[in-house]
Design a binder for this molecule. Structure first.
Ligand SMILES: C[S@@+](CC[C@H](N)C(=O)[O-])C[C@H]1O[C@@H](n2cnc3c(N)ncnc32)[C@H](O)[C@@H]1O
Length: 260
């Protein structure tokens, strides 16, 4: 069940969910990246609506991320044993929790405080997560030394836009990665842009569905996140919804580079 006391917008689609008044939630550092001109409209700029979602309704975001599961081959493709792992834009831990046990140390970097709180809670409840820590930071200014990690990864977080990584963010990830390590962008949003910067690409085949916990959750989240598919989700009456029905590319791919 979605809890939204400050935002009584149950069922309202993401694009119409927030207003410019909600931008007050951004810290100064966040505003300088997400609304560099000082203002914006989350009803015409969906990237802003997502940033507001993370801060105003983080549990709702977590519900979606839990349903949009990664292709299992991504997890087997990633290095099984890396000394130190850094994940940037870790959110509520869709990938982070899968990384436990794969590295001596895990550093999860996440700028949105409400998402950090959820991720810390999940790690505290997880077994063997003692070597994982969650810190504040942004792609363009990673708070870590050079050559720090064997694997530097981001999942559905990096884009070519400066607010969400861009050229500076990519070179920051590469700076933090040891020579011979791996920078991996899971579920990348702009494969061509990454290819021109020397990134290879792998995609795993097979049918994929969004795995909601119940039919009710499928209908409720479809109305918010995939409004053009909501009628079909109601008609099918299934809690599993194939990605081709929701109309987004499934989380089945990775762009990667091994700095030398
Ligand atoms: C779609 S969510 C993905 C979260 C998580 N990796 C997952 O797979 O569920 C995008 C994430 O990127 C984070 N993010 C946005 N801008 C960022 C920036 N400039 N630097 C680092 N993280 C950022 C958001 O706070 C959010 O956690």
């Amino acid at each position: 069940m979605i809890k939204s006391e400050t935002h009584p917008t149950r069922g309202r689609e993401l694009r119409n969910r927030y207003t410019a008044a909600d931008l007050r939630v951004f810290s100064r550092e966040e505003a300088s990246r997400f609304i560099p001109g000082g203002s914006g409209d989350p009803q015409s700029d969906v990237a802003l609506a997502w940033e507001l979602l993370y801060r105003l309704e983080p549990e709702l975001y977590d519900q979606l991320a839990r349903a949009e599961r990664l292709h299992p081959r991504i997890l087997s493709w990633l290095p099984r044993m890396a000394g130190t792992i850094v994940e940037v834009g870790a959110g509520t831990g869709r990938l982070t929790l899968e990384l436990i046990g794969r590295g001596r140390d895990i550093v999860a970097i996440e700028p949105a405080m409400p998402l950090r709180q959820i991720l810390r809670r999940k790690l505290a409840e997880a077994q063997d997560a003692g070597h994982a820590r969650v810190i504040h930071g942004f792609f363009d200014d990673l708070p870590l030394p050079s050559d720090f990690a064997d694997l530097v990864v981001a999942c559905s977080a990096f884009t070519p836009s400066p607010a969400h990584g861009g050229e500076v963010g990519l070179s920051e990830m590469e700076r933090v990665c040891k020579p011979g390590g791996c920078v991996a962008l899971v579920w990348p949003n702009n494969v061509e842009w990454l290819a021109t910067r020397g990134y290879e690409y792998v995609s795993f085949a097979g049918p994929m569905s969004v795995e909601f916990e119940s039919l009710e959750e499928a209908v409720e989240l479809a109305e918010i996140f995939y409004p053009s598919a909501a009628d079909e989700v109601r008609r099918r009456r299934r809690r599993r919804v194939p990605f081709d029905i929701v109309g987004i590319n499934p989380p089945r791919d990775v762009a990667f580079r091994r700095p030398v």
